[in-house]
Design a protein around this ligand. Structure first.
Ligand SMILES: Nc1nc2c(ncn2[C@@H]2O[C@H](COP(=O)(O)OP(=O)(O)OP(=O)(O)O)[C@@H](O)[C@H]2O)c(=O)[nH]1
Ligand SMILES: [Mg+2]
Length: 200
């Protein structure tokens, strides 16, 4: 939940990584954790099943530094992508300030991306939030799979499927090798802070 302390000049924001199961949400946080040990004031918390699937959520606090004189910390969360964990997804979304939707570029996952984005819209609405007004960025993950010749969706197809109406910033990425993982994070932080400024 957004937390702004004017006296101590502190801001805290909650950012949630959402998307279909196995799309790469946890991998995004793992990459950030590896790259920015010095900005992470505690260990990453992951609650997983045997097969490495997220059971409840991942949690990673991240110190952004000073923004306009305010010490800014973001709390990064992932949801469990598996369809059956919908109640948990809704719970993790409570008090969200910004969202990264991690879409899976694998051609076979096309439908799953659409279902998950629709599910995000529904679960935001349950918290009285409108997907068209929440700070949101799209990440088209697993672009590296193009190299070994695995069928992936073109960026045009992904844009058309997922971003035709939303028209939010979108990034091709690879959470495996880190391509655009940090850029995605920076953009969602920027959008989130900008929405605070508007509200203040
Ligand atoms: N090649 C490739 N594999 C990836 C990439 N991102 C994630 N993976 C792999 O995809 C699998 C699932 O990744 P996770 O990060 O656990 O996916 P998730 O979205 O957290 O999945 P749930 O917790 O079930 O919702 C793992 O085997 C990752 O190594 C990527 O960019 N490229
Ligand atoms: Mg996960």
């Amino acid at each position: 939940m957004a937390f702004i302390n004017m006296k101590n000049k502190e801001i805290q924001a909650k950012i949630v990584y959402y998307g279909p199961g196995r799309g790469g949400k946890t991998s995004n946080l793992e990459y950030i954790y590896k790259q920015f040990r010095d900005r992470i004031p505690s260990d990453m918390v992951s609650i997983k099943t045997h097969g490495d699937r997220t059971l409840f959520f991942d949690f990673l606090p991240f110190d952004v530094g000073k923004i306009m004189g305010y010490s800014t910390r973001v709390q990064l969360y992932t949801v469990p992508g598996q369809v059956k964990y919908d109640a948990t997804r809704r719970l993790v979304l409570k008090g969200v300030d910004g969202i990264v939707f991690v879409a899976d570029s694998l051609a076979v996952q096309r439908e799953k991306n659409l279902i998950s984005l629709k599910n995000l819209q529904i679960n935001l609405a349950a918290h009285k939030k409108d997907i068209f007004h929440v700070p949101l960025v799209l990440q088209y993950n697993k672009r590296d799979l193009d190299e070994p010749g695995i069928p992936i969706l073109s960026l045009e197809t992904l844009e058309n499927d997922l971003n035709r109406q939303l028209k939010v910033p979108s990034f091709p990425a690879s959470a495996l090798n880190g391509d655009n993982v940090v850029l995605t994070l920076k953009r969602v932080i920027a959008l989130t802070i900008a929405s605070f400024q508007k509200r203040l």
